[in-house]
Design a protein around this ligand. Structure first.
Ligand code: ATP
Ligand code: MG
Length: 243
């Protein structure tokens, strides 16, 4: 039992939740270690959305709203942490949602799909093919899902798939707390924020933006600026941490 008074209550509850989800196969053991890396960067970023990340989230919303075929790619950690927020974002953006896993088995796909559907999410399902040229299972996707997408939102992504999606001519919105990851570096828009905060903010912006704002926000996008901002933010915090 984790006492609510514990200073790291939220983080401990999240860890407990992820550990529970390993028992149903929704989260992989590797997923737990990936969460640890995310947590470390969240600590450095002060565990809140920075102004810069909020701007990235606004652009992400504009990209989703301006897309012809927006798709949200969901892995085990994202489903476990943020099924509610994905449902909100699907409603607000009309994006398709597709399960995409590195450690892919039919059982895991079923378990994750079940969890997402319980939250009211409509999934692209059926046959997958290796439409993304990768020699691991994150290359498998649906024809009417990621294969046909022009904008793909990839929370907690691996760098080589983000790059492969860019190489296919798609715009990639990454959500990744690590500003140094290959994913953040190659994404059209790297959202350097925790996944539940980021998805909730993007969903809110989707309900707020008007057509002029969408056009303005998507005209010219400088992804690397968000990486510089995050690194600068961390640097400032580290310099002042003992003051
Ligand atoms: P890359 O392959 O892009 O260089 P990586 O190997 O670190 O990076 P993975 O381990 O494949 O990437 O993916 C996990 C990424 O997701 C990590 O970079 C981690 O910082 C990030 N991450 C983990 N948990 C969260 C979370 N809750 N919110 C946002 N990002 C997270
Ligand atoms: Mg990686």
């Amino acid at each position: 039992m984790i006492p609510e008074s514990h200073p790291r209550y939220k983080s401990l509850i999240t860890r407990e939740k992820l550990a529970q989800y390993t028992k149903t196969g929704i989260v992989s053991l590797e997923g737990l270690t990936a969460h640890g890396r995310g947590e470390a960067f969240d600590y450095l970023l002060g565990e809140e959305t920075t102004e810069s990340a909020l701007r990235a989230e606004k652009i992400a919303a504009a990209l989703l709203l301006s897309a012809n075929h927006p798709v949200i790619s969901v892995n085990g950690n994202t489903a476990a942490l943020a099924a509610k927020e994905i449902a909100q974002l699907q409603l607000a953006s009309k994006a398709r949602v597709e399960v995409n896993l590195f450690h892919r088995t039919d059982e895991r796909v079923q378990a994750i799909s079940g969890l997402l559907k319980e939250h009211g999410i409509t999934l692209v399902e059926g046959t997958v093919s290796r439409y993304i040229p990768l020699d691991h299972d994150r290359g498998l996707c649906h024809f009417d899902g990621m294969h046909s997408a022009d904008v793909v939102l990839v929370p907690l992504e691996d760098g080589d798939r983000a790059q492969a999606l860019i190489d296919l001519g798609k715009k990639v919105i990454a959500i990744d707390l690590n500003p140094l990851s290959r994913t953040s570096k190659v994404a059209t828009v790297p959202v350097i924020d925790e996944v539940t905060r980021a998805l909730a903010n993007i969903a809110r912006f989707c309900t707020e933006l008007d057509q002029d704002e969408i056009t303005g926000l998507t005209r010219e996008i400088h992804g690397t600026g968000f990486i510089r901002d995050a690194l600068e933010y961390i640097r400032e915090r580290l310099l002042n941490v003992l003051d």
